[in-house]
Design a protein around this ligand. Structure first.
Ligand code: C2E
Ligand code: CA
Ligand code: CA
Ligand code: CA
Length: 279
């Protein structure tokens, strides 16, 4: 039994070492990844659930690691936050997304609103507003076509002049959406102070529509509440027709998810835009 215990311990120790060394390897290669052009953006369409038409896309970053293959953002975004690399990476993401969208518009493809995710460290930067303006100038994209997604936990922070910055961005014509809504504990009065256009309801509520009475009750309450605050509601992670029907029935206006499209490469997104036809 003693021997077994020792082996088990060794097993856990080696697993831990593996996780730690992967993290160290990622951290080291992350610094070079930007110079080496290892990041790519994928685009996931957003739909109006009542008309069935796409009105926008969300840019989602991917890392093509030369040795490890595709590294998911859940693994490297937190690392990029810790190391501060999210600032130059986020700059690349915003410029690339805006330039890509402007290129599609110039090509006469149906005009989409481009949504870009911002993380905490980006929001906290003093020059956030100028930085966004620079990316717009650089790409030539109209601010009406830009949407910024910030998570609920960031939106409710009463720090870094977030409220002032969001008002400035809104005044430029940029839309703001609150991501992963329902997972934080924001008060209605706080949300009401912020210049928000859309609540993106967290995937967990949509996933549990059929199985959990509680989730569907909360979901209905969020949709109702959002409407009374004049906010648009988007359901993320729509995967089944059943979920779509439920959302339509309860007048959730917008949705996004594998039921419609997975995040698409530039080529696949272009093919999709061409199918939708000229603007
Ligand atoms: P998020 O902003 O909530 O993005 C939605 C995530 O759900 C994406 O994962 C998307 O691929 C996935 N998804 C979309 N539809 C479905 C569905 O129907 N079913 C399921 N199971 N999943 C679905 P992804 O691309 O792995 O991104 C994960 C998170 O990483 C994002 O969550 C976001 O917080 C962060 N992230 C991704 N790209 C960026 C970026 O460019 N900048 C920043 N700051 N964060 C990013
Ligand atoms: Ca998002
Ligand atoms: Ca989300
Ligand atoms: Ca999420």
């Amino acid at each position: 039994a003693k021997e077994w215990g020792k082996d088990t311990y060794r097993f856990y120790e080696s697993q831990m070492n593996e996780a730690t060394s992967r993290k160290m390897e990622l951290e080291q290669s992350l610094r070079k990844a930007l110079e080496h052009n290892e990041f790519v953006l994928y685009y996931q369409p957003k739909y109006n659930l009542l008309t069935g038409k796409a009105f926008g896309v969300e840019a989602l970053v991917r890392w093509r690691h030369p040795k490890l293959g595709i590294v998911p953002p859940s693994e490297f975004i937190p690392l990029a936050e810790e190391t501060g690399l999210i600032v130059p990476l986020g700059d690349w993401i915003l410029r690339t997304a805006c330039m890509q969208n402007q290129k599609w518009i110039n090509e006469g493809l149906p005009a989409m609103r481009m949504a870009v995710n911002l993380s905490m460290l980006q929001i906290s930067q003093d020059n956030l507003v100028e930085w966004v303006q620079n990316a717009l100038d650089y790409s030539g994209m109209d601010p009406d076509y830009l949407e910024l997604e910030i998570t609920e936990s960031i939106a409710i922070l009463n720090e870094y002049g977030i409220e002032r910055k969001l008002h400035a961005l809104r005044a430029m014509g940029i839309r703001i959406s609150v991501d992963d809504f329902g997972t934080g504990y924001s008060s209605l009065s706080r949300l009401n102070q912020l210049p928000i256009d859309t609540l993106k309801i967290d995937r967990s509520f949509i996933r549990d529509i059929a199985s959990s009475e509680e989730s569907s009750v909360i979901l209905k309450a969020i949709i109702y509440m959002a409407r009374s605050l004049n906010l648009t509601v988007l359901a993320e992670g729509v995967e089944t027709e059943e979920q779509l029907r439920f959302l339509q029935k309860h007048l959730c206006m917008e949705g996004q998810g594998y039921y419609f499209n997975k995040p698409l490469s530039v080529e696949d997104m272009e093919r999709q835009l061409m199918i939708w036809g000229p603007a």
